[in-house]
Structure formats: C-alpha cells, structure tokens
Design a protein around this ligand. Structure first.
Ligand code: LMR
Length: 419
C-alpha cells in the first residue's frame, strides 16, 4: 500500500486519479484579460477590458458615502447570523426605492417582491433558474451582441437561448426594425432579455419612443421581460436610466428586473445585487418568489450581507444619499468627458473608427464603446502598446485616464493603420 507521501511524490498517474481528466477551461473573455493585464510588466499599461470604473488616477475608488456607511455599520451591527433566503427586508425597500421611486413603489405594493442576490450575475442566474424551473420549454432571447457572460449564465441555468438583432455595425446604432422583427418570432411562454440602460457591450440604447414601442409589444404578448439593469446612473441619470424599465413595468403584467450595485456604488467585490419580481397579483408574486427562494437555497443558500447593508444604509440616510448621488454624478461626468476626449483625440489624429467618423463614441451611453476594432487590431493594441481591450473590440471608456488619453488615441491609430 502506498503511504500518503508516496502518493504526493508520485509523478506517474494512477488509475484512481479523477481530476487529472478535467479539461482546462479557456480564460474568461473579460476577467481573463485582467489576469493577463496584471501579469504584464510593461510601464504605462492600460486595462480597457473589464467594465470597472476608474477615476482620473486610474483607481477604482471606495466612495466616501460607502466609507461612511461602513463606519455606521461597524458600530451598529449586532450579528453576523444568516440573512433570510431572499435577504434583508430593509434592503428590499432600498432596492424598490431606487428602481421604482416612491409612487410606483406604492402603486405596485405586494405585486413586487425583491430577492437580494450576490451581484447582478448572481441575480441573472437566480432569474434563469426560476424561468427554467417554471417554464422548462421557454427560450430566452438575447441581443446580438450581448454581454458574453449572458449566454453562459443562462445555459448553466438550463435555458435555451435565441438571438435578436440589436446593433447595426454600419451605422453604430440600434437596428430597431431588425430587433422588433426578430422579437416577433418569440413563442408564447418565451422570455426576452433587455439591457435597461448603457447596453453592454455597444453603449447603444433604445430612445424613449423605442422603449414605448418595445413595452407595447411586450404588453401584447405572453412573453416574460427580463431586464438587466447594471449601470443605473452611468448613462444620463438615475431616473432617466430607469425610464425604459418603467415603461415595461407600467405596460406589462409581469417582469423580472435584475439590478446590480457593483458599478453605481463602486461595490464590485461586495456582490450587491437583486432580482425585482413583478407579477400580476400579490398572490402570484408570493408564489413565484417562493420558487425563486427554493432556487437560491440550492445554489448559495442565502445572500452576503455587507454590500446590501451599505446600499441600504446609504439610501435611507438623506445625507449619505446626497453624498452618493454627487459621487455618482462625478463618475458619470468623467465617463462623458472621456468619451468626448477620445472622439476629439481620434479626430485630431485623422483616425476614423467608422465611415462617419468617431461621433458615435460621444453619442453612446455608459462605460462601453464597441469600437469596431477587429480581433487582430485588439491584439496589436495589447502586444504593441500594452492596452487591453475585449476581443470583440469593446473598450471600457472609464479605464482611460487623462494622462493616458493621448497614448490610447495614438495606439488605436497605430492598430488601425497596421492591424
Ligand atoms: C463587464 O462586462 O466587463 C462587467 O460586467 C464585468 C464582468 O463581470 O464581466
């Protein structure tokens, strides 16, 4: 019999080993880039891959409102015992306030239930699990393109996905007619995923009129709207960025809205998110939420508390809420200034990322721009200039600091010329 040391030292495979048969997974297309970026020894490297806001010094800040809320929590928290499966009721109210505003919140009452989730990604999985458990034949419709993790998360939940046209690369704008024509193909009982604002990866959102048309379409079909709202406040403002969601909630009998507070509260690693479930009646909402809770119990049992406690503390304390809103406004302004700077910087160098120039960058919303750079050009950016972007050509505008703006414009010019 080999002793434990013999096994440890064995270099030859035994026929008892199982994990050696596991095939390695490819690096994640977004988070894998950050690993490569961290390992890059070059000075002046720039990470435009992952969607994380950076301030003008290239740091992802802990917001002052968050620090103050954490101080309050450190002094007042009395237990670390488990939260309920769907999270803390005080957090539920904060999520409702921010998403619905007081009037709609009161109107909807018990037709709405909230489930706290580990970030937006956790919320998407929980939503996917509910859809799959309740409607095993449902297909989930995703925009082309969409966040690369969407298909993977929903496939892991067992859902079949379909795609609808969304982005017209020729005009760098929404292909609204194509989108609506494809959504017409959704079957009774399907689910349709929409990005609430700041579409990831294109930065292209429907106009208010288009949202109204989308809502009217959804209202006339037996399909479930699922809205991913990960960037509320990063587009035009907290209320405007929720206007599309409101149009859908006001028109439809039911919907799921998945909220993330990673970006707007800069709470990335605390994993604060939620699923807001709206059903046709209070009873239907209660029953559907019981299914969602059953799903949660089977994945992670109950949610982490800290991020949600911070969000709750900030939103219920007027001074902290004002402080946070000001910090959020500053993040949004920096993103918009950087968009303008990038457009100008490329224009000045005679670099045009589309036949119509670069004005599309300035028209788009949120952190992301789909630049139109090819995979080879993205590789050239990385290999020659230590600038990291997603293979699809998506860049995170909020990763460009003022002192690197010129270098980024130069590098893009070089990649476009030589890529
Ligand atoms: C992104 O798209 O970069 C962000 O949503 C972060 C992530 O998890 O991919």
């Amino acid at each position: 019999m080999p002793g434990p040391t013999d096994l440890l030292n064995a270099t030859r495979r035994t026929n008892l080993a199982m994990l050696a048969d596991v095939q390695p997974a490819p690096p994640d297309p977004i988070l894998g880039l950050t690993e490569a970026y961290r390992a890059d020894p070059r000075e002046g490297k720039v990470n435009l891959g992952v969607g994380v806001y950076c301030d003008e010094h290239g740091k992802t800040p802990v917001l002052d409102a968050v620090r103050q809320a954490e101080r309050v929590l450190a002094e007042t928290q009395t237990t670390k015992s488990y939260l309920p499966i769907d999270g803390d009721p005080g957090y539920h109210q904060a999520v409702r306030d921010l998403l619905l505003g007081p009037e709609r919140d009161a109107q909807l009452g018990d037709r709405v239930r909230v489930c706290a989730t580990p970030g937006g990604t956790g919320g998407l999985r929980v939503a996917g699990d509910l859809i799959h458990a309740a409607f095993p034949d449902a297909k989930l419709w995703l925009s082309t393109p969409t966040w690369p993790n969407h298909p993977a998360v929903f496939a892991a939940a067992g859902l079949t996905t379909r795609n609808y046209r969304y982005f017209d690369a020729g005009s760098n704008a929404l292909d609204f007619d194509g989108m609506m024509a494809d959504l017409e193909q959704a079957a009774d009982g399907d689910a349709i995923l929409l990005h609430g604002c700041c579409h990831n990866p294109t930065g292209v959102d429907p106009s208010p009129d288009q949202w109204a048309a989308i809502a009217a379409f959804l209202a006339n079909r037996r399909v479930l709207p699922v809205i991913d709202l990960a960037y509320q406040g990063f587009g035009t403002g907290l209320d405007d960025d929720a206007a599309g969601v409101h149009a859908v909630l006001d028109a439809c009998p039911d919907a799921l809205v998945v909220c993330s507070y990673s970006k707007n509260f800069s709470l990335y690693r605390e994993r604060a998110g939620a699923v807001v479930l709206m059903a046709e009646s209070a009873d239907a909402a209660r029953d559907a939420m019981s299914r969602m809770k059953q799903g949660v119990r089977r994945i992670y049992s109950n949610p982490p508390a800290h991020g949600g406690d911070i969000v709750r503390t900030i939103l219920k304390t007027p001074a902290l809420r004002d402080q946070w809103t000001a910090e959020l406004d500053a993040m949004r302004s920096r993103i918009n200034d950087t968009r303008a700077g990038l457009t100008r910087g490329l224009d000045e160098r005679g670099v045009a990322l589309s036949p119509d120039g670069n004005a599309f960058i300035d028209r788009q919303s949120g952190m992301f721009t789909l630049t139109g750079l090819t995979k080879d050009q993205v590789r050239a950016l990385r290999e020659r200039h230590a600038i990291y972007a997603v293979d699809s050509g998506r860049i995170n505008v909020a990763g460009i600091t003022p002192d690197r703006l010129d270098a980024v414009c130069e590098a893009i010019g070089d990649a476009v010329g030589n890529g």
